[in-house]
Ligand binder design. Structure first.
Ligand code: FES
Length: 103
């Protein structure tokens, strides 16, 4: 059974349309606020490791700040190289904290 770990406070993410990088101390994640719902994918871009949490979020798509590869923030799917992508995580909000399921 998956356990949930805290990666950020809701207030750290910002308004809908925001995306940030967060860390659990070992691993970095990109958290996207899409219309008030939080979605989490791995932070490291599969192209050359750019920080997706420092990219831009438009219409649910995160664009990497380094070379503009695009990823679906809800699934981690890469739109630039279809058939590839980054991991995405189940999210729950508890007491103002964003938690993700770790297998
Ligand atoms: S490192 Fe993300 S597009 Fe190149």
């Amino acid at each position: 059974m998956a356990r949930f770990i805290r990666i950020a406070a809701v207030e750290e993410v910002g308004e809908p349309g925001s995306v940030i990088t967060a860390s659990d101390g070992d691993h970095e994640y990109a958290i996207a606020n899409i219309d008030g719902t939080y979605h989490v994918i791995d932070n490291d871009c599969i192209h050359q490791g750019g920080p997706l949490g420092l990219g831009t979020l438009n219409d649910g798509i995160i664009e990497c700040p380094w070379h503009a590869w695009q990823f679906d923030a809800k699934t981690g799917a890469c739109l630039t190289r279809t058939g590839t992508g980054v991991k995405c995580y189940d999210v729950k909000i508890e007491d103002g904290e964003i938690k993700i399921a770790i297998p």
